[in-house]
Design a protein around this ligand. Structure first.
Ligand SMILES: Nc1ncnc2c1ncn2[C@@H]1O[C@H](COP(=O)(O)OP(=O)(O)OP(=O)(O)O)[C@@H](O)[C@H]1O
Length: 283
């Protein structure tokens, strides 16, 4: 296959596939909007949908915002966007001559999501893969984020075409992999791990969501999805576990009310500190 047909712009590249190729990583990166400057870009990834990726994205964004950093969330989960709802945002994004303007939460976290562009938030996004990926790219190239210390990207679930394009188009400083304790998910965690390795993207750590439920009467922790396998995967892959989150009805209700910023738990305090240290190293 010639370089041109597979879209690699590096003339010295002879590789058959763009996956994991350093040449392609450089050549396929999109330019950030010229009125934006972002110090750290962190992707929140899961091998499959429904494990709480958006939940973890929102929690980390709020924790870093509380530490005084300028934070944004790019909702790249185009077909299942839930970020605006969690923060009670249901207005429409506006635009000016410099690009699309993100909406802001009560505490000034900037948010861009396809739901801010749809006429109705319950309209389905029935788009083909390249359009989905193109929309995510536009959230990077056309949104006026201005100055951010952290941009968290709620990645599309899975390891298919859309997440692959996002990995190749946006210069991620690191990813956090979210999982839940089921066996099936553990196998899928490794898919996410292997994809990040293939793409040479640093893995900051794992977060396990829905780890247990706390009995409201006796406080006992009940592992309703079974015992976690994440410890084994963590030592096998040499990646840290950054935190574990139980199923918490208080958090679920804050999500439903669009008041997620008001949570007061400390399940991911250690994870936020880890990410903050990364920032100190880069600053
Ligand atoms: N630890 C938790 N406690 C209570 N509710 C939770 C928890 N984690 C997730 N939820 C709820 O479960 C639902 C699914 O979570 P979320 O949208 O974050 O999953 P997701 O992995 O982003 O899904 P998808 O990839 O399909 O978009 C949401 O309503 C969320 O509020």
């Amino acid at each position: 296959m010639s370089e041109n047909t597979r879209g690699c712009s590096n003339s010295s590249c002879t590789k058959e596939s763009c996956a994991g190729c350093e040449h392609s990583k450089e050549s396929m990166l999109e330019q950030l909007n010229q009125y934006s400057s972002i110090k750290n870009v962190i992707g929140i990834v899961s091998g499959k949908g429904g494990v709480g990726k958006s939940f973890v994205t929102a929690m980390l964004a709020v924790l870093l915002n509380r530490k005084g950093y300028r934070v944004g969330i790019l909702d790249a989960d185009i077909t299942g966007p839930s970020i605006p709802r969690m923060f009670g945002i249901n207005g429409k994004a506006s635009a000016n001559e410099f690009g699309l303007l993100p909406e802001e939460t009560v505490n000034n976290i900037k948010i861009m999501s396809v739901n801010l562009l749809l006429d109705q938030e319950d309209s389905p996004v029935v788009w083909r893969g390249p359009i989905l990926a193109g929309t995510v790219k536009q959230f990077w190239t056309d949104v006026v984020w201005e100055e951010l210390d952290y941009l968290f990207i709620d990645m599309p679930p899975g390891t298919g075409d859309v997440p692959l394009t996002v990995f190749q188009s946006i210069p991620l400083d690191g990813i956090v992999i979210v999982s839940s304790p089921q066996d099936l998910v553990s196998m899928i965690v490794k898919k996410a791990y292997n994809m990040a390795k293939l793409m040479n993207i640093p893995i900051l750590g794992y977060v396990e969501n829905m780890s247990y439920v706390k009995c409201p009467d006796c406080g006992k922790e009940i592992p309703i999805f079974g015992e976690s396998k994440l410890g084994e995967i963590a030592s096998e892959t040499g990646v840290d576990i950054l935190g574990r989150i139980p199923i918490d009805p208080v958090l679920a209700s804050l999500v439903d009310k669009g008041e997620f910023e008001r949570f007061s738990c400390d399940y991911l305090t250690g994870a936020a500190e880890h990410i903050e240290k990364m920032y100190e190293i880069k600053a």
